[in-house]
Design a protein around this ligand. Sequence first.
Ligand SMILES: Nc1ncnc2c1ncn2[C@@H]1O[C@H](COP(=O)(O)OP(=O)(O)OP(=O)(O)O)[C@@H](O)[C@H]1O
Ligand SMILES: O=P(O)(O)OC[C@H]1O[C@H](OP(=O)(O)OP(=O)(O)O)[C@H](O)[C@@H]1O
Length: 216
Amino acid sequence: MTPQITLALSKGRIFDETLPLLAAAGIEVLEDPETSRKLILPTNRPDVRVVLVRATDVPTYVQYGGADIGVAGKDSLLEHGGQGMFRPLDLQIARCRVSVAVRADFDYAQAVRQGARLKVATKYTHIARQFFSAKGVHVDLIKLYGSMELAPLIGMADAIVDLVSTGNTLRANDLVEVEQIMDISSHLVVNQAALKLKQAPLKRIIDAFARAIAQD
Ligand SMILES: Nc1ncnc2c1ncn2[C@@H]1O[C@H](COP(=O)(O)OP(=O)(O)OP(=O)(O)O)[C@@H](O)[C@H]1O
Ligand SMILES: O=P(O)(O)OC[C@H]1O[C@H](OP(=O)(O)OP(=O)(O)O)[C@H](O)[C@@H]1O
């Protein structure tokens, strides 16, 4: 039997933090993504399978129906745009924030006051563009895919827009958080067509997740 429901998850914190919610829905993933090289993981339910994709790709898989349902950070959803999917639940997992950070010796407040043009390195170009434009600050965005913290340290950028949780990564690189742009958590996303065609099984999963969150 080909599984009826395909759930897209990314390895690491989203997978780990979604497991208890899946358990509440009676779904157990039968292989450990950290040890298995498989990209399609079976579950204890013949009608449900999990596909492992990059965190940033979860919205795209759900948009195009590669997965019926998925778990994605609000950051990834905002960068993607969220077309073709519903966002029925904030799962309250993988919580962090998107912030602006600079080198400790860079006077960000003064640069903003003086109307300076800022060079900002980030993976989150949509979020950053919208934030600085609402603030009336002119920016040149430099798109990076990781290790954003390096850019100000080597003089490639004045600031970064990145995720912050404990602040340890910023501290380890002598950077300081100067603006908190928004709080982030991961959301359940559902393909719009799938929600009509597979309404009953999807609704069972969504309702079980909702009950599990309400109990926390
Ligand atoms: N330090 C953190 N603490 C809590 N949540 C985080 C943290 N870093 C990222 N997240 C959240 O978890 C999601 C997945 O992060 P993860 O590190 O697994 O992937 P990524 O490296 O950001 O994405 P990709 O692999 O696609 O480049 C992010 O989109 C964000 O919503
Ligand atoms: O404020 P902190 O707690 O240091 O978390 C912030 C870091 O976490 C994320 O990276 P990544 O997922 O690579 O790091 P992690 O797995 O070590 O949290 C993010 O891109 C930051 O670099």
